[in-house]
Ligand binder design. Structure first.
Ligand code: NAD
Length: 259
């Protein structure tokens, strides 16, 4: 379906990004991976994605550094000749009330979850515009639509990226370049596992009970969205059926934002 397309997926050494990279590789894409992790984790991610066929490469760019974001895009274009699909997925979290929120954490979350996506699009768009084709998918969150307490930087970054998605969509509306956001609710990845573990420790309850409490609080389905579900949404947004879909969001949140 996406035979020979070139996809750059940020934060694809783990969780949602890895599933998205696998989904795109399975659909026929050549994939540039990116993300942090141990050498073993990176090798494992490369092998997992390469197993679906197609070329795979990896950029070790630290997305908190603008110059490294630019270098990652340039390296992808050099390695594969172009970028057809850009998935801005890398993200981090920190949970604390505003008055206790470390300034450095605020800066890091805004840099990685919001500014990196801006810079990646800023430098990838000229190539897409020259070829008259592109699909940009920003992995936002339900926290781009609604707030939760103690997540100021994350909620600000995710609301920001939905606004940014709309601007890029408008600026490229007449070209065959779409820009959309995907908004997951709870997905059981290392990013969320940490919040579950912290809760279990804080409340002195078993991890499974903390997991149930986390879901019950926000996600009416009481089930986690699966990373593969996000990968399917991304594949849909890259496919022919979504060619005139731009500047909007797909929400996979088990009913979180319905109430
Ligand atoms: P994860 O922790 O499993 O993966 C995050 C990825 O980002 C990893 O590959 C990590 O190495 C990479 N990363 C972090 N800092 C980086 C940096 N400075 N430079 C380059 N890469 C960096 O988390 P996840 O749950 O898979 O999250 C992926 C995206 O999905 C994030 O944007 C997150 O906000 C969003 N999201 C997750 C959930 C959820 O419930 N897990 C819900 C909504 C949105």
């Amino acid at each position: 379906m996406l035979k020979e397309k070139v996809a750059l997926v940020t934060g694809s050494t783990s969780g949602i990004g890895l599933a998205v990279a696998e989904g795109l590789a399975r659909a026929g894409c050549q994939v540039m991976l990116n993300g942090l992790g141990s050498p073993e984790q990176i090798t494992q991610a490369r092998e997992q994605v390469a197993a679906h066929g197609g070329e795979v490469d990896y950029s070790d760019a630290d997305l908190s550094e603008t110059a490294q974001v630019e270098a990652m895009v340039a390296a992808t274009e050099q390695r594969f000749g172009r970028i057809d699909i850009l998935v801005n997925n890398a993200g981090i979290q920190h949970v604390a009330r505003v008055e206790a929120f470390p300034a450095a954490k605020w800066d890091a979350i805004i840099a990685i979850n919001l500014s990196a996506a801006f810079h990646a699009m800023r430098v990838a768009l000229p190539g897409m515009q020259a070829r008259g084709h592109g699909r940009i998918i920003n992995i936002a969150s339900v926290h781009g639509l609604v707030a939760s307490d103690s997540k100021s930087a994350y909620v600000a970054a995710k609301h920001g990226i939905i606004g940014l998605t709309k601007v890029v969509a408008l600026e490229n509306a007449e070209a065959d370049i779409t820009c959309n956001a995907v908004c997951p609710g709870w997905v059981l990845t290392p990013l969320v596992q940490k919040q579950i573990d912290d809760r279990a420790a804080r409340e002195g309850i078993p991890v499974k009970e903390a997991e149930r409490a986390l879901l019950a609080e926000k996600q009416p389905s009481l089930r986690f969205t699966r990373p593969e579900d996000i990968a399917d949404a991304v594949r849909f947004l890259c496919g022919p059926g979504a060619g005139n879909m731009t500047g909007t969001t797909i929400t996979l949140d088990g009913g979180w934002t319905a109430r």
